[in-house]
Design a binder for this molecule. Structure first.
Ligand code: HEM
Length: 112
């Protein structure tokens, strides 16, 4: 993953990291390592936990520049993801389950 460079402490080597189409935001990229232990997420604390944070990069216009609805649509069009979500969640691919899956990924991937 490029934004939070796992070879660089899960942070970034530059002041402002480029997102979609090279767009830059206003905040330096913090490390994702041990983010699960943060009592709030983001520099201004606007997300209460990783589940609340996890969908925000998708819809951020200077990060992934997508919408959660479009991401869900794309996941539902992919048999492998449909099967993977159905194997874990009785109600399959939903906004809540995507946030849960991403935050579990973050919890179990980003720790040092
Ligand atoms: C285009 C890709 C991305 C860019 C440019 C980016 C950039 C950033 C920036 C600038 C922040 C701080 C924002 C603020 O405080 O308002 C942030 C926070 C965070 N990002 Fe990303 N991000 C990207 C993708 C992701 C992805 C895909 C994940 C996880 C799967 C992720 C996980 C996090 C977490 C957990 C935080 C909060 C860390 C903390 O509060 O200490 N980011 N990111």
């Amino acid at each position: 993953m490029s934004c939070h460079d796992l070879t660089y402490n899960g942070a970034s080597t530059v002041k402002l990291t480029a997102g979609i189409d090279g767009k830059k935001g206003y905040f330096n990229v913090p490390t994702v390592y041990n983010a699960v232990y943060n009592f709030r997420q983001f520099w201004d604390g606007r997300a209460k936990d990783l589940k609340d944070q996890s969908l925000q990069p998708i819809a951020n216009p200077v990060e992934m520049g997508n919408t959660v609805e479009k991401a869900l649509q794309d996941l539902k069009a992919n048999r492998a993801y449909v099967n993977a979500f159905n194997a874990i969640y009785s109600d399959g691919i939903t906004k809540n389950n995507l946030a849960d899956a991403l935050s579990e990924f973050e919890k179990n991937t980003y720790y040092a």
